[in-house]
Design a protein around this ligand. Sequence first.
Ligand SMILES: CC(C)(COP(=O)(O)OP(=O)(O)OC[C@H]1O[C@@H](n2cnc3c(N)ncnc32)[C@H](O)[C@@H]1OP(=O)(O)O)[C@@H](O)C(=O)NCCC(=O)NCCS
Length: 132
Amino acid sequence: MSDDDLNDDIPLPGGDLALQTIAMPADTNANGDIFGGWLVSQMDLAGAIAALKVAQGRIATVAINGMVFLTPVHVGAVVSCYADVTEVGRSSIKVNVEVWIRHKKTQEPTKVTEGEFVFVALDDSGKTRVIK
Ligand SMILES: CC(C)(COP(=O)(O)OP(=O)(O)OC[C@H]1O[C@@H](n2cnc3c(N)ncnc32)[C@H](O)[C@@H]1OP(=O)(O)O)[C@@H](O)C(=O)NCCC(=O)NCCS
């Protein structure tokens, strides 16, 4: 068995690391777990960082598609957001964003959620702009 075969079993994040932060007590819900909304906010930022490189100017989020939360995030976790530009349209940019943490006990990379973020390039007056 080669090293490549062994690596096939290890789940890995898709896309490039766009943003990394630490989950803080202020970001928790009543159960002490991290708010889903906080995670979405981090994902929006990570997706925007990737989309800005393509749009080369003002953008706005127009849609967030197909998000599922797979595992809770605890205070102190290092939260890593990976972004992958999957499609560039006339004015729109689709970015798949994955959130990963390291499992508290095993330290194994664990996927928390993923979603498709759609950004639109805008001109100075807030109208859609053709991406060059
Ligand atoms: C973004 C905005 C300018 C779009 O205006 P619009 O005239 O309706 O634009 P269009 O219908 O021509 O859509 C623009 C692009 O977005 C895409 N788009 C629009 N809604 C979409 C959706 N729900 N899912 C995926 N793509 C979508 C269109 O397919 C189009 O792509 P293309 O130009 O690459 O072909 C307008 O909806 C807006 O200002 N929204 C608020 C954005 C915002 O403030 N976001 C922050 C959240 S508070």
